[in-house]
Write a protein that binds this ligand. Structure first.
Ligand code: CTP
Length: 432
């Protein structure tokens, strides 16, 4: 993932059984081209060994405040200067409490106190400890101070129970870190890698939040994604090449920005890494229409990235259609246009974003769709651009809005395109 290439990451481990997952996380960071240095609390070293941490990171471990082994003189300050980002995984209730109170009694807590760049903490503990009012208050305090707190998973816990508090898998931690880095870490030029730049006036990047931070928090967003599938008989169907990757990237970016994502998804091959608020799997255009129409009145925003079938068979055969002597004509009927239907009932405070995949007269067609379907923004992509469209990890889009703005973007990963679209949306509410 490009966001982490060349980044200097400090990985802090405190003493929980989930520390074994952090070893895989080190590998993922290193594979992505980041440089990793690890800091362990004494309790963490009951779960992982210095040898495994040092071998995987390729750097000395920092674990004692007064250890002569450390290459840094005042290590907590030098390491804080060196790193772009601090990730604490697992973060135990004890370490979180110390972070919240400013206690500096070991290498990790001291480092945290000296760190003024983005910090990610990943709580991992038993459900009752996670729900304990002291832990809840500490996490809220840390969030208020600008620390990124990753929500733990719900699942089997080491103590033999099931519930909240399980540390997410290394791949998910990696994706979350990459997201924080893309938006909040400064690159070599001194600006943010992502479009959502933090003001350079801000003295402490930990407390800086871009404008969209408050825009998406708690917003209800309907998102359609993937292809639809229209059955001809029990064996065959009509569909398209959409993988659902663009929609999955949008779902992740929305969830990470704090939105409640109502994800109406056709049977694509890509799935969001971060669980949407509600997942509504559908197969057909008609099911996608019904689900979307039911949700729409309650939504603040809808983004329709699905590749919806324009036609479905008039009849679906119960039995496999047998091959005849001659060719075969299929009778098709038009499906309902979901974007146009939402556009017809759109309220003044709702925002509607559609996509347009074109092969010719791109801008003309996009403008026409914007008008015809009463959308606020059309994300236009042309199959004539190499690297754009269905079957690739990249996309090149042009944003066409109802104020008449046409904003072409360069070729980017679909994750970055998702981020660009969401950066653009808040301005759509401003008066035309
Ligand atoms: N769309 C929809 N319901 C349909 C067809 C399309 O909601 N039955 C939405 C898509 O999700 C997309 C936008 O409309 O956001 C444009 O889709 P596209 O396939 O580019 O355009 P169509 O309106 O289907 O027109 P055409 O296929 O003729 O280009």
């Amino acid at each position: 993932m490009a966001a982490l290439k060349g980044k200097k990451i400090l990985l802090g481990l405190s003493g929980g059984i989930a520390a074994y997952k952090s070893l895989s996380l080190i590998r993922l960071f290193v594979k992505a081209g980041a440089e990793v240095k690890c800091v362990c609390t004494p309790a963490a070293l009951e779960f992982v060994t210095p040898l495994s941490v040092e071998t995987l990171s390729g750097n000395p471990l920092y674990s004692g405040l007064f250890s002569p082994k450390n290459e840094f003189k005042t290590a907590h300050v030098s390491l804080a200067d060196w790193a772009d980002l601090l990730v604490v995984a697992p973060a135990t209730a004890n370490t979180l409490a110390k972070f919240a109170c400013g206690i500096a009694d070991n290498a990790l807590t001291t480092l945290f106190n000296a760190f003024d760049k983005p910090v990610v903490v990943v709580p991992a503990m038993n459900t009752r400890m996670y729900r304990n009012p002291a832990t809840v208050a500490n996490l809220n305090l840390l969030k208020d101070r600008g620390v990124f707190v990753m929500e733990p998973d719900c699942g089997d816990l080491a103590c033999g129970t099931r519930g909240e508090g399980r540390m997410p898998e290394a791949e998910t931690l990696f994706a979350y870190t990459a997201w924080v880095c893309r938006h909040f870490c400064r690159n070599e030029a001194g600006t943010n890698s992502g479009a959502s730049a933090i003001s350079s006036q801000t003295p402490c990047a930990r407390n800086a939040r871009p404008d969209w931070w408050s825009f998406y928090e708690g917003k209800k967003v309907l998102l359609t994604a993937g292809p639809t599938v229209e059955a001809l008989d029990p064996v065959r169907f009509l569909s398209n090449h959409s993988s659902g990757l663009m929609g999955s990237c949008l779902a992740d970016e929305l969830s990470l920005r704090g939105a409640r994502v109502y994800f109406v998804s056709g049977p694509g091959s890509c799935h969001p890494r971060f669980a949407p608020y509600r997942l509504l799997p559908v197969q057909t255009a008609s099911q996608m229409y019904e689900a979307s129409m039911e949700l729409w009145p309650e939504m603040d925003l809808a983004i329709l990235s699905a590749a919806v079938a324009d036609y479905s068979p008039v009849e679906v055969s119960d039995q496999k259609i047998k091959k005849g002597e001659d060719g075969m004509l299929l009778a098709l009927q038009k499906t309902k246009d979901i974007l146009a239907s939402l556009g017809r009932t759109k309220k003044a405070d709702q925002i509607l974003v559609g996509f347009a995949l074109e092969t010719e007269n791109e801008l003309g067609n996009a403008r026409q769709k914007l008008e015809r379907k009463n959308a606020d923004l059309i994300v236009l992509n042309s199959l004539r651009n190499p690297g754009a469209g269905f079957a690739c990890a990249t996309n090149q889009v042009t944003l066409v809005d109802r104020k008449g703005n046409v904003v072409p973007q360069s070729l980017k990963s679909k994750e970055e395109v998702a981020s660009d679209i969401l950066d653009y949306v808040p301005a759509l509410l401003e008066a035309v």
